[in-house]
Design a protein around this ligand. Sequence first.
Ligand SMILES: Cc1cc2nc3c(=O)[nH]c(=O)nc-3n(C[C@H](O)[C@H](O)[C@H](O)COP(=O)(O)OP(=O)(O)OC[C@H]3O[C@@H](n4cnc5c(N)ncnc54)[C@H](O)[C@@H]3O)c2cc1C
Length: 398
Amino acid sequence: MGTDLKKQNVSADYDVAIVGGGIAGSCAAAILKNTNIKSVLIDPNENMPVDFRCEKFDHKQMAIVERLGISEKIYKATTPIENIWIARNGKLVNKMVYPHYGFSYERVINAVRDYLDKPRDMILGKVKSVEQYEGFQKLVLADGREVSARLVILSNGLNPGIRKQLGVTQTMLSKNHEMAIGFDVEPETEGQFEFDSFTYWPEKASDKMAYFTIFKSADVFRVNMFGYWQKNDPVLQELIQDPVQCLAKLMPSLEGMVGRFKPVSRVHIRPVDLYQNHPSQCEGIVFVGDAYATSCPGAGTGTTKAMNDVDILCNRYIPEWLGSGKFGQSEIETFYQDLEKIQSDEVSLNEAYFLRSITLDKSIVWGARRWMRFFYHLGKSKIANMPILGNPEKGRAA
Ligand SMILES: Cc1cc2nc3c(=O)[nH]c(=O)nc-3n(C[C@H](O)[C@H](O)[C@H](O)COP(=O)(O)OP(=O)(O)OC[C@H]3O[C@@H](n4cnc5c(N)ncnc54)[C@H](O)[C@@H]3O)c2cc1C
């Protein structure tokens, strides 16, 4: 790859074409829109359809959103969450103020895409293949249209089509790493839950559940639950058929803490693999977000990693490459070897393995770590509830 590029004496339609408009591609398009770089986003849908993906940002993720200059519309697309309750080992151990934001993935993506001038900045279509020429890339769409660009950002998520067509290899790090489960609920008693968000860390490693959370998202309460069941585990069947009974078995003290509630939507179950692609041989094509490497949903690092990728790429490297007119393997490699990018990817991977070990590992060391977290929250809660003279802010266990 990259050695026998075809020659064709034409100028490219765009400086940068972004293939796929999830969080990575839409953010890249929004960043480049504010520059004099001629870019376009290509995605099959003008508005992202409903998809079960990331549904919460914490304050660190919001800080990235602010840094990218897309916070105004994202704040409007999300629901602020403040009062959170934490249960560990079957006990309510903490009630605290910890600001974060609930949403449905498509609402946030569509908010980011609202920063674009459509239809000018967006082509609706599915890219079928990439043909590599000297100095530019030709994207062939499923309906036969062609788009050329000096540089391609590949942000097409989990779709393996273009990766395979380009001959990019993949290392499977952890097949069926985690199951992510999501559905809407409402309290059975009149009114609302008493919290904005409730998170339950399980009692026994043998339950295989990483954690369970209920949180506000627009006009519903959403359940997210993460665990390490195999696809044929009876727990998953039971969750689909009778979620309330299944949850009561996994968390006998749940109802006593949050009250009775009922599911009001279908239960979505998504198995997630952890893998890493190896695209550094590609000239003029950069892989970002899930197209580069996946993450563990329960660890909640995938969108951070995707936004960090495009922040570093679009603000640091693309202007430099366009200035020099060079997009060869060695230039593209500088992005994959960027220390901040490597650190962001490493944090994501380490968190994935940490969550798995703290959930499943029955050794004394990991058992002790689970208890340390329990006492940490219990201690924090006691401190938070102590009257603090002088500075009321200090009483908030954020
Ligand atoms: C169930 C679940 C829960 C998660 N929870 C969290 C969480 O709490 N916190 C967190 O940070 N992360 C979470 N993640 C991970 C996070 O959602 C992903 O890492 C992130 O959304 C990846 O974004 P992306 O832009 O790389 O890909 P995607 O969002 O998948 O976007 C890919 C885009 O490419 C388009 N596309 C595909 N093929 C083509 C093609 N050939 N031509 C043109 N367009 C194409 C698709 O239509 C889509 O719009 C979760 C993931 C899952 C599955």
